[in-house]
Design a binder for this molecule. Structure first.
Ligand code: LLP
Length: 428
């Protein structure tokens, strides 16, 4: 799950830092990220990308997985790009001096002010989702006397095996233009004529937490065939974004595919197609989010209660829950948990970890194997580095937890814990 997870003196450690000590020092709930794991994932993606596309490609970290200034600094330092979804994410990146030309702005309903902000700040590429948005980008760019590099988001019609809420490549999806219906071709033809727009590329993202390479290969092929079709229509496509979606290990059931294998097979299929149609291989972008951030993270909670319902289940009540991690409530996503101060003891119980808010569905998981947990114990839920902090809410007016980054046994706060006061700051 994360090579830096270990056990020392019966305590769980991450990146050389003792989780029980971290809980003591920073309080719980606490998100912990291991910097080395983040950087290794980025380097692995970048190296295989450079190798497979002869340096003609860009890895863009999908900031929606976990966006904060320090993550943007790390990506800047590693020399990769960012796939952003809002002006808020762009603002965060620019505030640490992230090079705007390496930022892509991909979302499905951008506000005019966000489009203007992206254009004013020379964001490298804008991925466009629908015709109305295209016309608005064109109007805003023309008004500013600018030419914007636009990428069209397409639905390649490829269904990936993942959970329904995160499937995006099929026709019945709210994202992008469908290739099968002719919608994508019509959009490309119209875009090519719009002022203020340079139709640079096409984009697809077939879903998230995918453990299979075949749908990615198929999507790359469908996109290449479409590039050939556009070529026949006199439209030349330079950029191809193949999205993110690489699965990670949450529990023993997950068997992730090595990124290098993905890159080799997908680039091979893409190159074969380009050769078949006598087209140059486009500049390729990928947008991994979860696979960069999730394995590096874990969340620490303090156990408050142990409630046994005879013959039914045991609830272990913790001081966080759907406020800091809504993924079980939303998707029934499974996690692995460990009692951090009893990490060397056997997991001889099966429990439900219950959150603190007023919802029966506020659970971190059910049927979870766990060491015997009692009030005061520290529970670590693993692989929470993506879509946890970024999906946190203030339900029940619970302040957002702090995020701590660990490196070589040392820790530092990268996002401060909210306070009751800071939460009420915007109240009038
Ligand atoms: N690119 C686009 C256009 C996307 O929509 C996404 C994710 C990504 C890249 C990054 O995908 P990743 O590599 O992280 O799978 N909240 C859900 C996941 C939603 C994913 C949305 N789009 C969860 O907690 O599982």
């Amino acid at each position: 799950m994360n090579d830096t997870l270990n056990i020392a003196n019966g305590h769980l450690t991450i990146g050389g830092a003792d989780c029980v000590e971290l809980a003591k020092e920073y309080d719980t709930p606490l998100y912990v990220m291991d910097e080395g794991t983040v950087r290794r994932a980025v380097r692995e993606f970048k190296a295989s990308m450079d190798e497979c596309y002869d340096g003609r490609g860009m890895v863009c970290y999908a900031t929606k997985a976990f966006c904060c200034k320090e993550m943007c600094r790390i990506m800047k330092d590693e020399g990769i790009g960012l796939d952003t979804v809002s002006a808020g994410e762009i603002y965060t990146a620019l505030s640490v001096g992230f090079p705007p030309e390496r930022i892509v702005f991909t979302s499905n309903n951008k506000k005019d002010e966000e489009i203007a902000y992206a254009i004013d700040n020379h964001i490298g590429r804008i991925t466009c989702d629908n015709m109305e948005e295209l016309r608005r980008i064109s109007a805003i760019a023309s008004e500013k006397g600018r030419q914007v590099r636009v990428i069209l988001r397409l639905k390649p019609g490829v269904e990936a095996h993942t959970f329904e809420a995160v499937m995006t490549g099929q026709i019945d999806s709210k994202f992008g233009f469908a290739i099968e219906t002719g919608e994508a071709l019509a959009a490309a033809k119209e875009t090519a004529k719009l002022p203020g727009i340079d139709l640079a590329g096409i984009h697809c993202h077939i879903g998230s937490q995918i453990h299979d390479i075949a749908p990615f290969e198929k999507a790359a092929e469908v996109m290449a065939v479409f590039i050939a079709k556009l070529h026949d229509e006199g439209i030349e496509i330079k950029d191809l974004s193949l999205g993110g979606g690489f699965g990670i290990k949450y529990t023993e059931k997950d068997i992730p595919v090595p990124y290098g294998d993905y890159m080799k097979r997908v680039s091979k299929r893409l190159k074969e197609c380009c050769e078949k149609y006598s087209l140059p291989v486009p500049f390729v972008m990928i947008e991994p989010g979860r696979s960069i951030a999730a394995p590096a993270g874990l969340t620490l909670y303090t156990v408050g209660s142990r409630k046994i319902i005879p013959g039914i289940r045991t609830y272990i009540g913790v001081d966080g829950g759907m406020c800091d991690d809504p993924r079980y409530a939303l998707y029934k996503s499974e996690y692995t948990a460990v009692v951090a101060n009893k990490a060397d003891e056997p997991k001889d119980e099966t429990v439900t970890i219950a959150g603190r808010t007023c919802e029966s569905g506020d659970l971190i998981g059910e049927n979870m194997p766990l060491q015997h947990a009692e009030a005061g114990d520290i529970i670590a839920v693993l692989a929470t580095g993506a879509y946890n902090y970024s999906m946190a809410s203030h339900y029940n007016r619970v302040p957002n937890a702090a995020v701590v980054m660990v490196k070589d046994g040392k820790s530092r706060v990268i996002v401060r814990r909210e306070t009751w006061e800071s939460m009420a700051d915007n109240d009038v």
